[in-house]
Design a protein around this ligand. Structure first.
Ligand code: SF4
Length: 132
């Protein structure tokens, strides 16, 4: 399976709990995580991309490769890219990404880099990070 994530989706993937923008979006995200959380998937390189990615593909807000709210998503991407020290075009396995998140994303960092995300207020992501 070939997988690409825009920068903020590494943390979203770690925090994913079956919620999302549509049944198709949730089904696709669930399938990606089911694969990544296998021994083979955990060692599969994920390409860091600046555009819509494997998670975005069936999203109702995906407008032919650009997010409907691209400007605000770019703010999230830049903050996560910097916090995780990732560059567009990098390849990183899910196992490496999880280790990187555990090392780099403290709770204060999470609150800073995810500040503009509309899902943050649900508290789901914060709970996952508290349990790391
Ligand atoms: S708060 Fe938003 S951007 Fe941050 S991990 Fe959760 S869903 Fe992703």
């Amino acid at each position: 399976m070939q997988i690409a994530f825009r920068p903020h989706h590494f943390l979203c993937a770690l925090c994913f709990q079956g919620k999302g923008y549509s049944p198709q979006f949730i089904a696709n995200f669930t399938a990606i995580m089911a694969y990544l959380n296998t021994p083979l998937g955990e060692n599969t390189p994920i390409t860091v991309t600046a555009n819509t990615d494997s998670i975005c593909s069936p999203c109702p807000h995906n407008q032919q490769g650009l997010c409907e709210t691209e400007a605000s998503i770019a703010v999230l991407d830049n903050a996560h890219k910097e916090a995780l020290n990732l560059q567009i075009g990098d390849e990183i396995t899910w196992k490496e990404a999880k280790n990187l998140i555990a090392k780099q994303i403290t709770l204060p960092t999470f609150h800073r880099i995810c500040a503009t995300c509309s899902w943050k207020k649900l508290g789901l992501c914060e709970n996952v990070l508290r349990d790391l």
